[in-house]
Design a protein around this ligand. Structure first.
Ligand SMILES: [Zn+2]
Length: 127
């Protein structure tokens, strides 16, 4: 399920694009299986935001570490800061949908779908 999330797919059915209608635009159900992903909205948004922060922060540390190691001892401070800022923007925005789908996988793992949710999803699935 985590791998599905990493590729921005529905954690439940693996459907391509999951519930995204654009890069950032979302709808409330998976396009393929009809699964309603907004299960506990506030907690979910918080988890997705935390996931995004970890993803962005992690890649920042990674890029900074590589930059410092590669150029040590003459670390080009300003160019490195510029690169790190660019990475923050790219990962922060580019990783936005991924943080949702990955978090959804974590959420589904912790709280598997109930019978009612499955029935509801089936009723809304693409025929
Ligand atoms: Zn789905």
């Amino acid at each position: 399920m985590l791998v599905r999330g990493l590729f921005r797919r529905c954690a439940h059915c693996g459907g391509k694009g999951a519930f995204f209608t654009g890069w950032i635009a979302r709808q409330d159900r998976c396009k393929t299986c009809g699964f309603k992903w907004e299960r506990n909205l506030e907690g979910f948004q918080l988890g997705a935001a935390a996931m995004n922060i970890m993803l962005t922060g992690g890649s920042l540390l990674f890029v900074m570490g590589i930059g410092v190691i590669a150029t040590y001892p003459n670390v080009p401070t300003w160019p490195l800061i510029a690169v790190v800022c660019a990475v923050a923007l790219i990962v922060g925005i580019g990783g936005f949908p991924t943080s949702y789908t990955v978090w959804l996988a974590v959420d589904l793992r912790m709280n598997p779908l109930t019978e009612e949710e499955l029935a509801d999803a089936a009723a809304h699935a693409r025929k």
